[in-house]
Design a protein around this ligand. Sequence first.
Ligand code: DC
Length: 223
Amino acid sequence: MLIITIDGPAGAGKSTVAQRLARRLNLLYLDTGAMYRAVALQALREKIDPTDELALDRLCKKISISFAEDPRGQRVFLQGEDVTERIREPEVGWMASAVSLKRPVREAMVALQRGMASQGGLVAEGRDTGTVVFPRAEAKFFLVADPRERALRRFRELKARGKEAFLEEVEGEVRKRDDQDSSRDLAPLKPAEDAYRIDSTGLSPEEVVEKMLKILGKTSLSR
Ligand code: DC
């Protein structure tokens, strides 16, 4: 089973690149961040305090998260409802970063993610896919980009969806979330020892995908 992982901070371009790479290699695309965002949205709906591990554990035991492809791209479903756009709200991103610190949430999501790999090869994208979820993946990438450019990408994404946003504010939030994701005890954001580091600053998603395909061509995948 071919598994490729792409980890990195917010706004490094992981989602676009992972989706394109998956399409090129005819693999499934697994957006692990979307799963933490779905848990966060459910926690917000149920007014659960993100530090309440018992409540989060209960929530994760009954949660239903699934993905489906449609012409617009991958859709995310929470308890059967399409929440693809809703989970991209900054409020949900921040809550996702908070609930993902908690062990019951991580354990439940990692189990689901590994289960998805039993359906076929995939390109997984997130913070810990190469270090924790799939430590034996065939190829691992760690995607980084200049913080200003990452903030600019998030800012443009929000604007494209008709949201009010201020660049300085978005940059502050991106940095804060990176700090929280990198400094936590459980599965912190960090490159796997055997990950290929790619800096996407100034590169288009297609250029990053080409770089990855070139690296994959040199690894055991091509033998
Ligand atoms: O990639 P994203 O912005 O959609 O991720 C949202 C949050 O989910 C991120 O701030 C941290 C958390 N996350 C995680 O802890 N582990 C992952 N593998 C993916 C995301």
